[in-house]
Design a protein around this ligand. Structure first.
Ligand SMILES: [Zn+2]
Length: 193
């Protein structure tokens, strides 16, 4: 058994009441916590990411007062703010590594992030000999998509737990899941995982 759980961006700004909320974000946070309560022991590594942007500047065009919601966004997940913190519905006790991404530049994939001591997700997976990873979190059509694609590119067998993700928009989210399946990811319900 050398499986990792990758928890993408379950943060206040991406759940209900946040700056850039995903409908169903709170429900996903709770469902991931239930999954952890039952299955944390199944994972050798449990890595969670947080979008973590600079308060000054536009973070490489990532922030825009008139966002297109494709490449530019309202201000969100400013480092150290309440919006950047994990949603309180996510129980974080079992998380083994925390990575932050997006300081000064857009970073959709958690593979672009680093831990406090500078470790990357790819480095952590390689060092632990991880062969497979379950991917969960927010948002399906952006950071989950990018993180899962990078996990596949890293060479691990990826499974997206489709009841533990939520997207910004329905159609791009469906497209993202189809793209991930085409790239080799398995799509599964956490109950069947
Ligand atoms: Zn961001």
């Amino acid at each position: 058994m050398s499986r990792a759980l990758l928890i993408v961006d379950v943060q206040n700004d991406f759940t209900e009441g946040g700056a850039l909320p995903v409908t169903g974000g709170d429900a996903v946070a709770s469902a991931i916590s239930a999954h952890l309560a039952a299955h944390a022991g199944d994972y050798e590594l449990i890595i969670a990411s947080r979008d973590w942007h600079d308060a000054d500047g536009d973070n490489g065009g990532h922030f825009d007062e008139e966002p297109d919601y494709i490449d530019s966004w309202p201000v969100h997940c400013v480092a150290g703010s309440d919006g950047a913190d994990y949603d309180p519905l996510l129980v974080t006790d079992a998380i083994t590594h925390h990575v932050r991404k997006g300081q000064g530049a857009p970073a959709y994939s958690m593979f672009e992030g680093v831990t406090e001591s500078g470790e990357t997700v790819g480095g952590l997976l390689s060092a632990a000999g991880i062969l497979s990873a379950d991917v969960v979190g927010l948002a399906t059509d952006h950071c989950v998509r990018a993180s899962a694609l990078d996990a596949i590119a890293h060479g691990v067998q990826v499974r997206v737990l489709t009841d533990l993700v939520a997207g910004v928009a329905a159609e791009p989210s469906a497209t993202a899941l189809a793209e991930l399946a085409h790239a080799g990811a398995a799509l599964a319900d956490s109950g069947a995982a």
